[in-house]
Design a protein around this ligand. Sequence first.
Ligand code: SAM
Length: 236
Amino acid sequence: MSRSELDFVRDMFDRIAPRYDFLNRMLSLRQDVYWRRTLVAALAATPGARVLDAACGTGDVGLEVSRQSQGAVKVVGIDFAPEMLRLAGPKIQGVNASGGICLAAADAFHLPFKPGGFDAITMAFGIRNIQDKDTVLRRFWDQLKPGGRLAILELGTPGGGTARQAYLFYFNRLLPFIGRLFSSHSFAYRYLPQSVARFPAADRFAAQMSRAGFRNVRYRKLTMGITVVFVGDKPK
Ligand SMILES: C[S@@+](CC[C@H](N)C(=O)[O-])C[C@H]1O[C@@H](n2cnc3c(N)ncnc32)[C@H](O)[C@@H]1O
């Protein structure tokens, strides 16, 4: 992925950051909360585990890890958009009394950590913004301990029938319109359907994870396939 593409994605998220949580909840009818809950449950992280939340945005996955583990799992959230991280700060403060979540500005292609230091890695709604997925999957592999787990949540497209047609109308027509009403950065809500359309079908992305070395790669479609959770393990 070229520097200008990365800069484009970072700037876009910086600009939409102030309305990001509000629009997420509204446009997904709060399904995003359930999707992240399912992602985090798939980690099956045990007390004392260390989780890297890549492309953490405003920190919702880290907060969910903390909630599900009652603070017994440590999270390091990284993102390259300073505005998204700035908004995550106050949100994690409550749980952070125990030092459960820390944040760092970093690019997923250049992770500033020693290899093999994490029990699990999450990425929610980040991978479709990354063109060179093979490289990022390799970076994640390096960061995981043997036996570690990668869980990725991404938007998909429901298969066949009226539900698909209704969803495509909502996603391609209504969503950009609502995005334009509530955000002064309407481009981001036109980019969203385009980026989802470019994301490979679930079986193809699962195969890509397998090619990167992950074993027992499986995926589960949520809410009729509007999102997909992918899970793969690094062998012991
Ligand atoms: C749609 S938001 C998802 C945020 C969060 N994970 C969530 O569940 O709401 C995508 C995030 O990915 C980040 N991102 C995209 N490419 C990245 C990269 N190469 N390195 C770090 N962060 C990246 C963006 O800055 C943005 O905050």
